[in-house]
Write a protein that binds this ligand. Structure first.
Ligand code: DGI
Ligand code: FE
Ligand code: FE
Length: 194
């Protein structure tokens, strides 16, 4: 799908602020995709649609999670997490995007996943470091992303987990599993090109 067509479709689903965020994620994802040698068209499409379901009513998302047999455990956690897997589903059924790699990157963009691939990491990280983000620690993650994709993702996850701990929020198991799997890589002292 053409970039302009994709942007036109997603714009109708978002507030203007969230659309600006989406453009930022697209820019960051394209930079990361070039740097870490991932298909830039896939990165662009996943970035454009990553928050497609962000403003769907909670009841609609809940029904989709149940009907589509997504992990029901999601329902015990903050509804903020639901737009990622529900978004992957709606982007397939409403927009007609069938590329499973693009859908998976959308599905994992909020919590990560212990088996996330390079495209998934790029979308996760682009969402965190896009130019419109200004929370504490984001500049450090931007700098780390210049050196190592894994190290940047793990630092972003650490910040998110700390933030959730400070608010006494539940931490979704996938968030912790992603952290664990990447820390193992870091601790192993293995140097990957990504
Ligand atoms: O949709 P965005 O705002 O662009 O960003 P996002 O999809 O990464 O969602 C961010 C929110 O998700 C943020 O408020 C932190 C929250 N989050 C991420 N992992 C977890 C989580 N919230 C809970 N409760 N548990 C998690 O494991
Ligand atoms: Fe999101
Ligand atoms: Fe986002």
């Amino acid at each position: 799908m053409e970039r302009s067509k994709a942007l036109q479709i997603v714009k109708q689903q978002l507030t203007s602020k969230r659309y600006e965020h989406t453009l930022g994620v697209m820019e960051s994802a394209l930079n990361l995709a070039q740097k870490y040698r991932v298909d830039t068209k896939k990165a662009e499409l996943a970035a454009i649609f990553h928050d497609y379901a962000k403003f769907r009513p909670v009841e609609e998302m809940k029904a989709i999670i149940i009907d589509q047999k997504m992990p029901e455990m999601l329902l015990d956690f903050h509804s903020e997490l639901w737009h990622a897997p529900v978004g992957a589903y709606l982007v397939k059924t409403e927009v007609g995007i069938t590329d499973e790699e693009v859908l998976q990157a959308i599905r994992y963009h909020t919590t990560g996943n212990k088996q996330m691939n390079t495209l998934d990491k790029i979308i996760f990280l682009a969402d965190y470091i896009e130019p419109g983000r200004s929370f504490p620690g984001v500049e450090a993650v931007r700098n780390i992303a210049e050196q190592s994709l894994n190290a940047a993702v793990v630092t972003a996850l650490k910040n998110t987990i700390k933030f959730l701990l400070d608010k006494s929020e539940l931490i979704y198991p996938d968030t912790l599993e992603t952290y664990n799997s990447l820390i193992k890589v870091e601790k192993g002292g293995i140097t990957f090109n990504d």
